[in-house]
Every structure is written in C-alpha cells, then in structure tokens.
Design a protein around this ligand. Sequence first.
Ligand code: PMT
Length: 410
Amino acid sequence: MRLLLGVSGGIAAYKALELVRLATGAGHSVRVIETASAKRFVGSASFAALSGAPVLTSEFERDPLRGSFPGEPLPEHDPASHLALVAAADAFLVAPASANTIAKLAGGLADNLVTSAALAARCPVLVAPAMNTRMLEHPATQANLALLRERGITIIDPGVGRLATHGEHGAGRLAEPAELLAACEAALQTGPWSGRRVLVTAGGTHEPIDAVRYIANRSSGRMGFAIAQAAAARGAEVTVIAANVALPRDRHASYVDVTTAAELAAACDERAPQADVIVMCAAVADFRPAAPRSSKLAREGNAAITLELESTDDILARLARGRRPDQVLVGFAAEHGEGGLARARAKLERKQVDLIAYNDVAQEGIGFDAQDNALTLISANGEQQIPRAPKAQIARELLDAIERLRGESG
Ligand code: PMT
C-alpha cells in the first residue's frame, strides 16, 4: 500500500512516527506531509528518516521524489502539481487530526498541503482525531466529524485515557499506531477490488533458436507488474504470469514464471477460468523458430543460416473464446507509429475483448522498457486517453477504467 500520512498539529504527532515505523516494517510505502504547526511538535527529519522519503509541508515546495513513493523509480517528468502525491496514494490518513484541521476538512478548505490533499483525494481518506476532551465534545467538532462520516471518510475514533494537559483524563487520545495501520489496511479491503481474482501477464517471452540463443523483445515487465501491484493494493487476489521479468515482486501477489509463449499459454489456460479480471500485458511472441536446435548452432560450416518461423497461438483470442460471461478481459496493443490507433481498434473487434489498452511504442520515453507509459483505452463504450505518466499511475487509472466498465455492463 502507498500510504500518504498527513500530520497536523498536536502532541500526539509523536505517535505518527511509530505508525510510519510499523507501516514501513509491514512492507508499505509511506510518504508524509505535515502542517506548519505539526512541525513544531515533530520535525520533518524524523519522519523523513523513518519513511525513507522527503517530507513536504508547503504547496509551493518542489518534491525531490516527483510525487513517487519510496521503492518506486523516479518519474522522468516532474509533476507541476502539489497534488501528485495524493493522486498516487492508495490511502490517505490524517493522524493526528486536530480540531482545527477537522473543521477545515468539513468546510472544504484547502489552505495547506494536508487539507488540499484531502480535497483532491480519490483514494480512501481516514481521519484520526486527537485533542482535548472538551474540544472533542464541542458540538462544532462533533458536527464536523458527523459531516466527514457522511461523506464517506473513515473516522478512527480516539481513545479514552490520560491526555497531554497535565492531570486531564478523558476521550481524545489518538488511537494507537497499530490500530491506525489496521484501519488503513481494512479501508483497502472493503473496496470493489477486494477479493477479486485478477490474472495479469507481464514481461516478454523468449523463443529458443538453439540451446543458448533465443528471439526476445524489449518488454521489462514494468507495466504488468505495476498493474499487479495496483490491484493487490486494492485488495485483489493477484496472480502474475511473469515471462522473464527481473524486477522486485509484490509480496501480496503470487507469481508464476514462464519463458516461452507456449508456457505462458499453458499457464493462462490453467488459471484463466478462476479469474474475474484478466489483463494481458505481456509481449508474447507472434512467431517462434519452427525447429529449435537442442545443441548450440556452430559458426563453422554455416556461412549463413535461414531460420524458419512458425506462428504461436493467439492466447488472448483463445481466452476470449472460452471466457465466463462475467469475466473482464483486457488486452494491450503495442503498435508502432502511424495507423496504430486504427489497428488497435481493429484488435478490440478481432480479439473479442472488453478493453484494449493501446500504446504507441514509437513514441520516445513510453512503452517497452520505459518508466512511463501513455495509453488510449478502447472499449465498445468509447475511448479514453491516459496521458503520459509513471507506469504505477497508469496502472491505477487502468483499474479505474476497468471498474467503470464493470459498472456500465451491469
Ligand atoms: O513490459 P514493459 O517494458 O513495461 O512494456 C510494456 C509493454 C509495451 C510491453 C505493454 O504496455 C504492452 O503493450 N504489452 C502488449 C505487447 C504486445 O504483445 O502487444 P501486441 O499488440 O503484439 O498483442 C496484442 C495483445 O495480444 C496483447 O494483449 C498480447 O498480450 C496478446 N497476445 C499477443 C501475441 C500472442 N501470441 N498471444 C497473445 O495473447
């Protein structure tokens, strides 16, 4: 999970440090944004050390990580928007949330980075109040919290106990860090992707010529792995069929390694019937050597050789023929240059899939072995552009589009 943590002013800010430690220890990526008054309680250096990423306080500050989360590659583009971080987050937690910040959230104010992020968030938003009992019990604060709840924000109720003010005891203590983390994890398990079985193919196949040589393509597997990671972050049960991918793996997904198009086809045939959503992102060979040699072809005595290629099975088309009616099938189209969009549109028809994600791989900086991508999504309901962005963001937008498609088809 990419967790964006917004820290507002309050003595309980020290507990947010422990939350960052717990969350990163559990394998989540955390970025922290602070209000100016939060900095008076806990300085940015502590959050930066624990999260492994710079902390932002102002909307006018340039993010050295360009809106990405720890462990992700630095996007080539520097997003101008101060909202890039919240756009990339899977969950946004405001903890501690002061009475003042809660009032601003209820009023829709956007006068600092934390409140602006809350207003722009499309991911689940959670608010963990922490304040003096009298402030918490004030009708204004209670009305603000009720309004936030009504709008779908998860309020993590404060506990009862000793408060920061000397000798005071009552409600208003920030929930414990483990509870905050559990609430964020749970928020992602209740969405529409929760428990959905997603099958993603990634990488590029290798087709042997002889014992040591093969025909390959330039797919790195980044796009497919980003889709898998985004789906897992939303609570889906993800299986990735990875063709020759040497990238870090998401511990919330399971992986099946394959080498050739035939192996990828067999792995898909076995797992597709159980999948609710299938995304065929792998670059699968269309042709393979008809008679690969079992030993190494020798240079001696072979001034020139001719390789006979035979076509491989069209896996996507086969999956479409055998699909369950409730299954969503997404294909990619890697087209090169002029006429690509028309060819991609034709693939939607020919392959009988629900969605084709077309990338023009002739464009500089996107597609094969690049950090970024840009897609045109083509479905029977129309077309949608996803402009150039890091593959993690493209993946999230693709999942949003799949979700809309499921909604439209009933
Ligand atoms: O891995 P990266 O470096 O991140 O690069 C990402 C990508 C460029 C590989 C990815 O965005 C992409 O475009 N993947 C599809 C590549 C491809 O093979 O496209 P295609 O137009 O040749 O194939 C169309 C569709 O049919 C694809 O969904 C493909 O998986 C599928 N196919 C192709 C051949 C085959 N024999 N069987 C198939 O099912």
